[in-house]
Design a protein around this ligand. Structure first.
Ligand code: ADP
Ligand code: MG
Length: 477
């Protein structure tokens, strides 16, 4: 029997507001427990929530950017449940009338094909606090700093058909919220995470299978692995005569498996009702128009512009544009006068390699865009060869200064003085009579041997173009 996989994602993007969605407390990450939780976040009786207009603007910005319906009159609802990190006993969310309605997103699959994924809705809600189990041996700590942090929960239709599609969709949302500046996208800090709903059904069957929900996954790699594990678990279970139970499961990256957490709640378990402390959110044409007018350039538009202005390969453009900070860095390098193709090669090659090695984001690169352009310009004006540039890059990365300073202090300036190169060429020819004969006998490949020898003799500083030309001239006499 062959099985069809069905996946729908609920992505939680933490909105990049300075203060919380219903209070003035800071949303900054990493503070001492409970130092950023005011009476509203602590759920004291009698306090009143006040809606943060920025959170509304950011949600609308997302909706407008993907061309989704914006609900003109959306309503906050109380989602009632008990949990130690939720002192109010309810989470303020949106239920029947979410701020963003139906929309869709186009994702690119690995084979280059495109696929449209439906967006069911996106709603505003507050995050809960955190239970701290690790710092105490016999107790659980409660940190309410995160309580009341604004979230946009983006819910997809069950349109994905593989773990890879789900990751492509999640990456797309990540890219868009980062371009829009409505979420910092930091997955380690939990600012961007998802719940993956997974089911399988016999190929050709219309009706959806029973799903499980994999909670709170905060890495693209884990999403893919968790879904693949879950698909196999469900298929094995059904083929062994069992049935999938609708439940919430946790993915354990260490064991690479999912485990049952609790049976799945139905919406009516939460006893949703409109929050009497909050007015409906009414959005008018002017509000939407202002947001539309201020939308930044989005990934597709940037890719098109890069293709038109820089003549790069489409795979290069895709990677450069894939991350908003990388695109900005690249553009700054080019803006400083670096050749776009060289700039793309260095950013995607040496720089990306060094960033990965040191686990750094490009926003905190050890080589600034201006300094990167400085290095490329020395390659462009033949002060150094591409090979020496690698050495200069390394030194710059290690904090030894800008390109010119490194070239100067290490004496790496390329030798373009014909006399000096000629002397080296003459010596190499004199030292290797056998290879000279081979070349003259028609063995073209030997030229590479000679170039290598000259480079060795000049410590890699001879201009390669000149070396090649001189060698040819002299060997063909
Ligand atoms: P909740 O998880 O709060 O009960 P929904 O019923 O709206 O919310 O569904 C949440 C997500 O589950 C959506 O992304 C939806 O596409 C997905 N989903 C629903 N049914 C299935 C299914 N049978 N298989 C896979 N995904 C599903
Ligand atoms: Mg859910």
């Amino acid at each position: 029997m062959s099985w069809e996989v069905v996946i729908g994602l609920e992505v939680h993007a933490q909105l990049a507001t300075k203060s919380k969605i219903f209070s003035g407390a800071s949303t900054a990450f990493g503070a001492e427990p409970n130092t950023q939780a005011c009476l509203v976040d602590l759920g004291y009786p009698g306090v009143l929530p006040v809606l943060n207009e920025q959170a509304v603007a950011m949600a609308v910005k997302f909706g407008v950017a993907i061309g989704a319906e914006i609900t003109r009159r959306s309503v906050f609802a109380r989602k009632n449940y008990f949990y130690p990190d939720l002192p109010k006993g309810y989470q303020i969310s949106q239920f029947e009338l979410p701020i963003v309605g139906k929309g869709q997103l186009t994702i690119k699959l690995e084979d280059g094909a495109e696929k449209v994924v439906g967006i069911t809705r996106a709603h505003l809600e507050e995050d809960a606090g955190k239970s701290l189990h690790e710092s105490f041996s016999d107790r659980t700590g409660i940190d309410l700093n995160r309580a009341g942090t604004p979230l946009l929960e983006i819910v997809s239709e069950p349109d994905m058909r593989s773990a890879k599609e789900a990751v492509a969709y999640m990456r797309k949302i990540h890219q868009i919220v980062r371009y829009l500046g409505v979420c910092d996208g930091n997955m380690q800090e939990g600012s961007f995470r998802c719940d993956a709903n997974v089911s399988v059904r016999p190929m050709g069957q219309e009706e959806l299978g029973t799903r499980t929900e994999l909670k709170n996954i905060n890495s693209f790699r884990f999403v893919e692995r968790a879904i693949n594990f879950e698909i196999q678990r469900q298929i094995d279970l059904i083929e062994d005569g069992g049935r999938v139970t609708q439940e919430t499961r946790l993915y354990d990256p260490d064991k690479d498996e999912t485990r049952s957490m609790r049976s799945k709640e139905e919406a009516n378990d939460y006893r949703y009702f409109p929050d009497p402390d909050l007015l409906p959110v009414v959005i008018d044409d002017d509000f939407i128009a202002a947001i539309k007018a201020a939308l930044p350039e989005l990934p597709e538009a940037r890719a098109t512009r890069f293709a038109e202005s820089f003549g790069l390969k489409s795979a290069q453009i895709e990677t450069l544009v894939g991350d908003v900070d990388m695109a900005a860095y690249f553009e700054q390098v080019v803006g400083e006068g670096a050749d776009p193709r060289l700039a793309a090669n260095y950013v995607l090659g040496d720089l990306t390699g060094a960033l990965n090695k040191d686990s750094l984001e490009i926003a905190v690169s050890k080589i600034s865009a201006v300094d990167m352009a400085g290095l490329i310009k020395r390659v462009m004006d033949n002060t150094i060869s591409g090979k020496i540039a690698k050495e200069v890059f390394e030194a710059m990365w290690n904090g030894e200064g800008g390109a010119d300073a490194v070239i100067e202090s290490k004496g790496l300036k390329q030798i373009t003085d014909t006399g000096a190169i000629e002397a080296a060429v003459d010596q190499v020819i004199a030292d290797n009579p056998q290879q000279v004969e081979e070349f003259k006998g028609g063995k073209e490949k030997v030229l590479g041997f000679f170039v290598g020898k000259v480079m060795q003799l000049t410590q890699g500083k001879a201009n390669p173009g000149q070396v090649n030309k001189l060698l040819r001239d002299k060997l063909s006499v």
